[in-house]
Structure formats: C-alpha cells, structure tokens
Design a protein around this ligand. Structure first.
Ligand code: 5GP
Length: 188
C-alpha cells in the first residue's frame, strides 16, 4: 500500500485554517484524515476533548516532549500545542493522507523532519481582514487579541519557506485550490 501524504496547513491565527480545512476534508476522493493536536489551552465553548484537541495539563505536555512523543510542538501565546507523532505515523502507514493544521514554528520543525511534506501557507486578503476575523470570533480577551495580531505580522514573513501559498478570500475557493494541490501530489 502507498504511504499517505503529510499535508501541513499553516498561517497566522485567525486566517481561517479550520474553516477551509473543513471544506476540503469533505472531498472523500482526497482520502484525508486530520491529526488531532495536543494543547494546554483550555477548551473553548463547544470544543470536545479528543475531537478538536487532546486537552492536557502543562506537566503532561512537558512529559510528552521529554519522551519524544511529539513530531513538533510550539508555545503559542502562553500555551503549548503539539502533534502526536505516533498517530501521524500510524495513519500514514494505513495509507491515509494526514492533515496538520499548525502554527508556523511547528510547521518549520515538520519541514526539517519531513522534507517531502506538502506545506501550505494560508494568508488573509489583508491584515485588516485578519483583525476583523480574530475580533469576530469573540472568544479572546483584548490582550490576547493584540498578542495574536502582533504575532501574525511576524508570521507573515515566513511565507517564503512554504511550497504553496493560498489566499483565503473565499473559504470554498481556497479549499478547492488546496484540493487540487493534494490531487496533484497523489499522482506522484
Ligand atoms: P487556537 O488556540 O486558535 O486553537 O490555536 C492557536 C494556533 O495554534 C493556531 O494557529 C493553530 O493552527 C495552532 N496549532 C493547533 N494545533 C497545533 C499543533 O499541534 N502544533 C502547532 N505548532 N500549532 C498548532
């Protein structure tokens, strides 16, 4: 059986990675599965442990780092986020194309460890639009919003390290475009 692809979807917080991912994951012909991350962030209303994230205490996360259980991890605005390595390997071995939806520091680690990974950087149409989207979520305090925006400015400079750049002006179109990218690689 052909080993599955690794697709790394990254870009600033608030750009709409989750929404676009939901769209392109509906296409069964892409044979996709999502890697559920571990985080020390507290669940937002409606988020489910084991589905949206594996929610963990700081100590458990640090132990996972020490034990080499994470493919990548990063600290993002006061919390840890990371990708469990086992899960990704198992799914790829089963022939599934695995999607990681991660921030840029983590994406850089994956690029080094998995050179044949398909890295996609998602950008907002404008930085004003990014601010509107982060504010529109109404889930974060002003201080955190400011931190996420400042971080986004820096993150945008890493665009050159990715194989593909997709602008999220319209989530459905962005998803279609990403679907085409994946299909192209499935033929290799
Ligand atoms: P949020 O708190 O909004 O769910 O996520 C904050 C940022 O962390 C987002 O950019 C999200 O894509 C990223 N993120 C989610 N899971 C992971 C992960 O496993 N590793 C890394 N490096 N970033 C992640």
């Amino acid at each position: 059986m052909k080993r599955g692809l690794l697709i790394i979807l990254s870009g600033p917080s608030g750009v709409g990675k989750g929404t676009v991912r939901e769209h392109f994951m509906k296409d069964d012909s892409l044979n996709l599965t999502y890697s559920i991350s571990m985080t020390t962030r507290k669940p937002r209303t409606g988020e489910i442990d084991g589905k949206d994230y594996i929610f963990a205490e700081k100590e458990a996360f640090e132990q996972a780092i020490k034990d080499g259980e994470l493919l990548e991890w990063a600290e993002f605005v006061g919390n840890y986020y990371g990708t469990p390595l086992n899960q990704v390997e198992k799914l790829r071995d089963q022939g599934k194309n695995v999607v990681l939806e991660i921030e840029v520091q983590g994406a850089q680690q994956v690029a080094k460890k998995v050179p044949d990974g398909i890295s996609i950087f998602m950008i907002p149409p404008t930085m004003e639009e990014l601010e509107n989207r982060i504010r529109g979520r109404q889930t974060e305090a002003e201080e955190i919003i400011q931190q996420r925006l400042a971080k986004a400015e820096k993150e945008m400079t890493l665009i050159k390290d990715y194989k593909y750049v997709v602008c999220n002006d319209d989530p459905e179109l962005a998803a279609q475009y990403i679907g085409l990218i994946i299909k192209r690689h499935m033929k290799d």
